[in-house]
Write a protein that binds this ligand. Structure first.
Ligand code: PLP
Length: 365
């Protein structure tokens, strides 16, 4: 049976990218060696990481004056590295979910970190707008997509933030929506993300950093935790995660070949419209996030109150139809369909059909 992987992360990857990765594991570009066993300093790997960076620059339209890093440690290690490098006096955080507040918790260790606004009062179902950003912050930190709750900062609200930050450097965790939509990189001093949501298998973390911003580092740092060292060494200060970088490069090739950000943006919108449309018309399910703040990547939904006891029954029904990874995060409950880049429209249609069939079965019998 065909499986539809709606898991929140590590996530679905394009089938051809998985096959090409497998080929590289067996015999990389017919050199008679596996990607697993070649030196990260070899010419064979250098062309891979160079191509990954060039593709990323091209696809995300990254301007001059920015460096790209592929490091280990996950987005979670960036929660610490960001304040370690840049929190000198005071930093501000937009608290829009679990990951956003984890980033804040890490920053508190190094100095005066403040929650500038939060949507905790409504269990993170919306993106706050009613706040000002103090102009004496070392940086303001946002999370563009809230993987667990299923909210996303839409373009209009991002534009508001760009206006509000003024001269304060803007930093964003984009783990779960990077490469899913166009983004104006020039508005940010630092962007980071764990690759395992939309780019690659777990193990590599993507960082896009404005070179000028590096001048703001004043604290003495162990080299491994110093952005300047990683930029200077072009992600090779220590052994980078070779295999996930290879898959990232292949995935970027896939994205470019199909039409890049414009293509994926349109496809992601089509998928989200299909699924939210189905939920909005459903008699037994409803979506969780406020309409204008709905995530296109992680679509959270629950059974309406009167049907709550059908939860396990629906999981079983969906499982029979090949739907995998639909369980909502324990903090939200219900269901979450993650519709990352590699999920195609057919996959979302299959889920919509599954929801319709379930309603039919339960309401019309
Ligand atoms: C998954 C996720 C993280 C954590 O990433 P790791 O790479 O596991 O550390 C951080 N932020 C967001 C938005 C996420 O979705």
């Amino acid at each position: 049976m065909k499986k539809y992987n709606f898991g929140a992360g590590p996530c679905i990857l394009p089938q051809e990218v998985i096959e090409q990765t497998a080929q590289g594991v067996l015999n990389l570009n017919n050199i008679g060696l596996s990607i697993l066993e070649i030196s990260h300093r070899s010419a064979d790997f250098q062309v891979i990481i160079d191509e990954a960076m060039a593709l990323l620059k091209e696809i995300l339209n990254i301007p001059e004056g920015y460096s790209i890093l592929f490091l280990g440690g996950g987005a979670s290690s960036q929660f610490a590295m960001v304040p370690y490098n840049f929190l000198n006096k005071k930093a501000g955080y937009l608290d829009t979910g679990v990951w956003a507040s984890k980033a804040y918790e890490s920053a508190k260790v190094y100095g005066d970190a403040q929650v500038v606004a939060s949507s905790k009062d409504k269990n993170y179902t919306y993106i706050p707008t009613d706040y000002t950003i103090p102009q004496d912050l070392d940086y303001f930190h946002i999370t563009t997509n809230n993987t667990i709750y299923g909210t996303e900062i839409n373009d209009a609200k991002l534009n508001e933030i760009y206006k509000k930050v003024g001269k304060v450097p803007l930093i964003s965790d984009m783990s779960s929506d990077i490469l899913s939509r166009p983004i104006d990189v020039s508005k940010y001093d630092l962007i980071y993300g764990g690759a395992q949501k939309n780019l690659a298998p777990a193990g590599v973390t993507l960082i896009i950093i404005k070179d000028e911003f590096l001048n703001k580092i004043t604290r003495e740092l162990p080299p491994m935790f110093d952005y300047r060292i990683h930029v200077k060494n072009e992600s090779m200060y220590n052994t980078p995660p070779v295999l996930p970088i290879y898959t990232a490069m292949l995935n970027l090739r896939w994205l470019k070949k199909n039409g890049g950000i414009a293509w994926i943006d349109k496809r992601n919108q089509e998928k989200a419209d299909l699924l939210y449309g189905c939920l909005d018309n459903s008699k037994i399910f409803r979506s969780v996030a406020e309409k204008e703040d709905r995530s296109r990547m992680n679509i959270s939904f629950v059974l309406k109150d009167e049907y709550q006891n059908w939860q396990d029954d629906f999981f079983e029904f969906a499982k029979q139809r090949g739907m995998v990874g639909l369980k909502g995060h324990r903090k939200v409950g219900g269901f979450r369909a993650s519709c990352y880049n590699a999920m195609d429209v057919e996959g979302v249609k299959a889920l919509v059909d599954c929801i319709h069939a379930y309603e039919e079965l339960k309401l019309n019998k």
